[in-house]
Design a binder for this molecule. Structure first.
Ligand code: SAH
Length: 396
């Protein structure tokens, strides 16, 4: 018998729709002595089986569902199936020859809540972000080793989510030695260095891969401004697509150093790029004051609103950068503007950008909408998985 978690009356609705989170407010009773990561059998108040879940005593998300089938208990067998399905999905969706960096497991969306696995060449970078996968970490890492045969697995469990789950931050090698320096990956002929130990997220923004390709196709002969450029993803894509010049801005000198090296190893001339270490909010104002203008602008800021609680402050920040970007855009120019905030929906984001355009006194047309690349799947029943959204606008 597994310990029980019984919901309050009427609170089974979201689980019946296969949403994988159980919020603390829905929990009626739990077995005594439950520990972080324990497997619980979740039942409705009238005793009906709903799911197997991992218990997390400190988080608002008190349980994360492993399975909605009574016969499908969490354990090595289920995890192996989930991993094989996840890898199979990537094989059908992405050209194995053009890229050697891929998100192989995307948490809830791949039926493995809290587990992120990114492959960079022959190295896996793993994030174990929830109590359930922390409990099963040895089994999960063992399966990754067995199924993928990568000589090196490195852990980057140093996110805020870990703290919400009551888990200490953890980084370091799990299998093989830590990489001695940045690793190199290729993406459609461009080369990027990945700093698995010290870079943002697991080292690279794999979710923007397809959007970088779009920018590459759109920037021929354009003067481009790449804001929040990190290691130069959009900058290199624009140059590869024939941009006349790119001004690339980031506040991190370490990111800009990687970006410079990425430009060199991709065999592109330095003369067309101006790397600027600055705060984007301030720098956009300076560019406006100098009456500068551009034919294409990319705005890919960090996560201003991790959850809905931060949505208001985040809205102001998004509005600010979009307003100045629209002012800096020549008529006919393109703005690719993104939000990776889970707390800001696509609908809200569009409203914010519309507000920015109104204040800037410009009209714009939505040409396309952006989302995360195909190796970041979204479960229909888990819209929270759709964190990255973006708009391609033309200033009229
Ligand atoms: N476009 C990038 C990812 C951007 S991530 C890519 O495709 O790879 C967000 C970046 O914003 C980080 O590199 C971070 O250093 C930078 N950043 C955060 N706040 C900033 C600010 N106020 N001004 C400038 N850069 C900032």
């Amino acid at each position: 018998m597994h310990p029980l978690l019984v919901l309050k009356p009427g609170r089974e609705r979201s689980l019946l729709r296969r949403h994988p989170w159980i919020f603390s407010g829905a929990v009626g009773a739990v077995a005594d002595d439950l520990k972080s990561g324990d497997t619980v059998e979740v039942r409705s108040s009238d005793g009906r089986f709903l799911a197997w879940a991992a218990y997390s005593p400190t988080s608002q998300i008190r349980g994360r569902v492993w399975s909605f089938e009574q016969a499908e208990m969490p354990g090595p067998e289920l995890f192996r199936r989930r991993l094989e399905t996840a890898f199979g999905l990537r094989r059908t969706l992405l050209p194995a020859t053009a890229v050697d960096a891929l998100r192989l497991v995307h948490g809830e969306s791949d039926g493995l809540p809290g587990l992120i696995v990114d492959r960079y060449a022959d190295t896996l970078v793993v994030q174990v972000l929830a109590a359930g996968c922390e409990r099963w970490r040895a089994v999960l890492i063992g399966l990754l080793e067995e199924l993928l045969g990568c000589p090196r697995i490195y852990e980057r469990s140093d996110t805020e989510t870990r703290e919400l789950e009551g888990l200490p931050r953890r980084t370091g090698p799990l299998v093989g030695a830590a990489p001695s320096g940045p690793m190199e990956i290729a993406e459609y002929g461009l080369h990027f260095l990945i700093d698995a130990a010290g870079g943002q997220k697991t080292g690279f923004f794999l979710d923007q891969r397809a959007n970088r390709q779009r920018i590459r196709a759109l920037c021929a002969e354009r003067e481009v401004l790449d804001c929040f450029c990190y290691s130069g993803g959009f900058t290199l894509a624009a140059l590869a697509g024939g941009a006349r010049s790119v001004v690339s801005v980031d506040s991190s000198s370490a990111a800009l150093e990687l970006a410079r090296r990425n430009l060199d190893s991709s065999g592109m001339a330095r003369a067309r790029v101006f790397w600027i270490e600055a705060d984007v909010f301030r720098y956009l104002r300076e560019l406006c004051a100098q009456k500068r203008s551009f034919d294409a602008i990319v705005l890919d800021p960090p996560k201003f609103a991790p959850t809905q609680r931060h949505a208001q402050a985040a809205s102001r920040a998004y509005k600010d950068v979009n307003l100045y970007a629209l002012k800096l855009l020549r008529p006919g120019g393109l703005l690719a503007t993104f939000s990776c905030s889970g707390g800001v929906s696509a609908e809200l984001f569009q409203k914010i950008v519309a507000g920015a355009a109104a204040d800037a006194g410009v009209s714009a047309t939505i040409l396309e909408r952006f989302q995360a690349a195909a190796d970041h799947p979204v479960l229909l029943e888990f819209p929270e998985g759709e964190y990255l959204k973006g708009l391609l606008l033309r200033r009229n």
